[in-house]
Design a protein around this ligand. Structure first.
Ligand code: GLU
Ligand code: MG
Length: 448
């Protein structure tokens, strides 16, 4: 029987590929790669590809933060996970592999986001829990005319007119995602002009984060090939609706493979503990799940993006929404949705931090406050305060301060990693603080 390795090499040979990209997602959530020649792939899979350590201390503007101690010296290896092999449908003769980063002694590197998530998954496994998740990105689609972005449609939310205008792209996109093994759940034209949402089926945590990388790569790749522009930026323009990337999470018993999060169409006890953990750590968590200065332009009241630390059943203004379960799939479909997540977040780090926060609630049997059924900005301030309903951090700096003080999240991500993360993100904050909102939005528009 041939191994996974042989199957990868066979696919490379049979499809006459030239290059295989070794992909990683950096601290600033930019997806980068070094490519191996297809001819020498077998060797490269043994040796890995070298990467300068300073690559993980670079911000989204490619400015190196060498005072972190990571610069031009020192090297790690990009080591591919063979299960992530995919032939790319949007560029010729090329495949990709998603990589972990290993020190030269083969230990997982402390700045490797994928290894950080794997560590959290292993901790859950020890606690008898497996996490399933799905990122749910919204994006903007259009074309560039001169220096103007022209949205693909100017239609209403959920409108079939919007679907028709975007249909050529959406068909290509859906085909490309399916050919890479992703299962599409739903699609609709969102509220904003040119804004669309196509969601992917949930998967175990590592695969869910890998899927988000494949999704982003495919969105950019297919749109570029069709002469279009797509952006997942949280607030692509100050005047347009934001692009969320809500994160759906459920907890499964590692032995019996049953969903633990719901009971009688409500959250179970363990589900409530998980929610309490999320709420407790939310101000620090958003430093990782809403990772850019641009993110905080999106997190406004009455934008369905969430702006307050609260949870509720079917409440689209709450940071944590517990959606109604599906008919006939009541147990399997129970999950919670974290709304304060966007696509400027590195998906491995976002999921690792979410797991750390939620599982802190489970381990310490924390109790959440009462669910909120109203629009949180309309609550009487005294009642809101009593129920822990507070405004989320209003800029990245505030969130980073909360992260710096949060021992649970820092321990989970690793103190060394958090040190670098704070430096990278504070450098972005300093770069963007003097810029006009339009310019800040434009720079994020192009990057994410
Ligand atoms: N666009 C909204 C956001 O920024 C979400 C709308 C929805 O509920 O799908 O999160
Ligand atoms: Mg939506």
């Amino acid at each position: 029987m041939s191994s996974v390795l042989d199957s990868v090499i066979d696919q490379v040979d049979n499809n006459n590929l030239n290059l295989v990209r070794f992909l990683f997602c950096d601290t600033a959530n930019v997806i980068r790669a070094k490519a191996s020649s297809a001819k020498t792939l077998r060797l490269r899979l043994q040796t890995g590809i070298g990467l300068v350590k300073g690559a993980m201390a670079v911000n989204m503007l490619d400015q190196a933060q060498t005072d972190t101690g990571y610069g031009a010296t020192g090297e790690v290896r990009l080591v591919p996970d063979l299960k992530t092999f995919r032939i790319l449908p949007y560029v010729p003769a090329t495949a990709m592999l998603i990589c972990d980063m290993q020190e030269l002694n083969r230990e997982a590197w402390s700045l490797c986001p994928r290894s950080i998530l794997k560590r959290m998954i292993a901790r859950c496994q020890e606690a008898g829990v497996r996490i399933k998740a799905a990122f749910e990105p919204e994006f903007l689609l259009g074309r560039v005319d001169g220096d103007q972005f022209v949205p693909i449609d100017r239609s209403n939310c959920f409108s079939t007119e919007g679907m028709n205008r975007a249909a050529d792209f959406i068909n290509e996109f859906a085909t490309a995602l399916s050919s890479q093994g992703l299962t599409i759940e739903q699609y609709y034209a969102e509220l904003g002009h040119g804004q669309h949402e196509l969601s992917i089926r949930h998967a175990y945590a590592l695969e869910a984060a890998d899927n988000q990388i494949v999704y982003r790569e495919t969105l950019r790749g297919v749109s570029t090939r069709m002469g279009l522009v797509a952006s997942l930026a949280p607030k692509p323009s100050p005047d347009w609706p934001g692009n969320g990337c809500h994160l759906h999470v459920s907890l499964w018993d590692a032995n019996s493979n049953t969903n633990l999060i719901g009971e009688d169409q409500k959250l179970s006890a363990i589900g409530r503990h998980f929610v309490a953990g999320l709420l407790k750590h939310l101000p620090a968590l958003v430093a990782v799940t809403c990772a850019s200065t641009n993110s905080y332009k999106r997190l406004q009241p009455r934008a369905w993006s969430s702006a307050y630390t609260c949870w509720g059943y079917e409440n689209r203004e709450a940071a944590i929404r517990v959606p109604s379960v599906y008919w006939g799939q009541e147990a399997e479909s129970a999950n919670l949705e974290l709304k304060c997540v966007d696509s400027s977040a590195n998906p491995y780090l976002a999921l690792a931090a979410v797991i750390a926060a939620g599982m802190d609630g489970v381990a310490n049997k924390l109790k959440p406050p009462e669910p909120v059924s109203a629009e949180p900005s309309t609550l009487d301030p005294a009642n809101a305060e009593k129920n822990g309903v507070r405004r989320l951090p209003q800029d990245l700096g505030e969130a980073l301060k909360a992260l710096e003080c949060d021992e649970v999240i820092t321990e989970a991500l690793g103190a060394e990693f958090v040190k670098v993360y704070l430096a990278v993100k504070r450098s972005e904050q300093a770069q963007f603080s003097g810029l006009a909102a339009e310019e800040e939005a434009r720079l994020h528009f192009m990057r994410y």
